[in-house]
Design a protein around this ligand. Structure first.
Ligand code: PEP
Ligand code: MG
Length: 323
């Protein structure tokens, strides 16, 4: 079966009724990106930049970051790469920042919250990404957005950084796309409002699920309650996809659910056309897409959205997913 899946590497994902779906890889560096091409990745829907900041004693300099993003852009060879700005805090501490210990780290000082506060860190990263943007198709994505104001602040800082680069005649892609992670319930509910502010969405089901269900995704005692197929979570995801599509965004998903074959037909039926996942999952998701029609996926979606419980939903999805 492995070799059969390998044969899919150079085939694009198209449904039997001709709808094109983009399958991308979640990566942490240029090496991951290179490896992902063996699985047929069409670029990256999520470059987690945290690794670049972890396992060291000081912040990476602008030059170090520039080299890193430039390498990724060159490795991509024209394929898109969504660069997510620093998502530290929560489950990813950064000892040298000496952040105070928190009662509830997942509800605390993390990601865009740190970046809007520590503008020095944010500006350095944005400068490096913008400078690297002339070497490929990089896009910028802000994590953990909970309201419109955070987008406005982040975009204002990005504009200031662009102005500074322009004044210094430093080249960058002036048309670089800017998007946000949808991973906080408020953002998912008001996707219609946020869609006006950005070029794209990427649904982060790992955090969206954790925050919607009030289940710490790292806590062994409540792990069994962590459930991406909870009908409440599914309604949020559906709303984000619908609103994103209404604004002609390329709405993607980069949480674990994007690589879960049990969810593939449902998400297709909801209207999702970009999936970013760990590269090894790409052939399995592609195999399903190549063998379904959007009409069938929409019917599956209607059926699931009328169901009341996760076991019922999963049992049904597994039955219709069997090949
Ligand atoms: C997510 O929350 O779904 C996500 C992709 O981000 P991370 O897992 O890095 O928090
Ligand atoms: Mg997240």
């Amino acid at each position: 079966q492995a070799s059969a899946l390998n044969a899919l590497k150079d085939i694009v994902a198209v449904t039997t009724d001709g709808v094109r779906v983009k399958l991308m890889a979640n990566i942490s560096n240029a090496a991951d990106l290179e490896a992902s091409f063996a699985f047929g990745a069409e670029g990256s829907g999520l470059l987690r930049t945290e690794l670049l900041f972890m396992g060291r004693n000081t912040l990476p300099t602008e030059e170090e970051q520039f080299e890193f993003y430039k390498n990724v852009a060159l490795q991509a060879g024209g394929k898109p790469v969504v660069v997510r700005t620093l998502d530290i805090g929560g489950d990813k501490p950064l000892p040298y920042l000496h952040l105070p210990a928190e009662q509830n780290p997942f509800l605390g000082y993390r990601a865009i919250r740190i970046c809007l506060d520590r503008k020095d860190i944010f500006i350095t990263q944005l400068r490096a990404i913008l400078r690297a943007s002339v070497f490929g198709d990089l896009k910028i994505m802000f994590p953990m957005i909970s309201n419109v104001s955070e987008i406005e602040q982040a975009k204002a800082i990005l504009e200031d950084v662009k102005t500074a680069l322009r004044s210094a005649s430093t080249p960058y892609n002036a048309a670089i796309e800017v998007g946000i992670m949808i991973e906080i319930p408020s953002a998912a509910v008001m996707a219609d409002l946020l869609a006006r502010e950005v070029d794209f969405f990427s649904i982060g089901t790992n955090d969206l699920c954790q925050y919607t269900l009030a289940v710490d995704r790292m806590n062994e005692q409540v792990k069994h309650l962590y459930d991406p197929f909870n009908p409440g979570v599914l309604r949020l995801i559906q709303n984000v996809i619908e609103q994103g599509n209404k604004f002609h965004h390329h709405t993607g998903m980069c949480g674990e659910m994007a690589g879960d074959v049990t969810a593939t037909l449902l998400l297709l039926g909801m209207g999702l056309r970009e999936f970013s996942m760990s590269a090894a999952s790409i052939p399995y998701v592609k195999d399903l897409i190549l063998n379904t029609s959007i009409t069938a996926a929409q019917e599956i979606c209607r059926t699931v959205m009328a169901m009341r419980s996760t076991p019922e939903i999963i049992q049904y999805l597994q039955a219709v997913t069997k090949r």
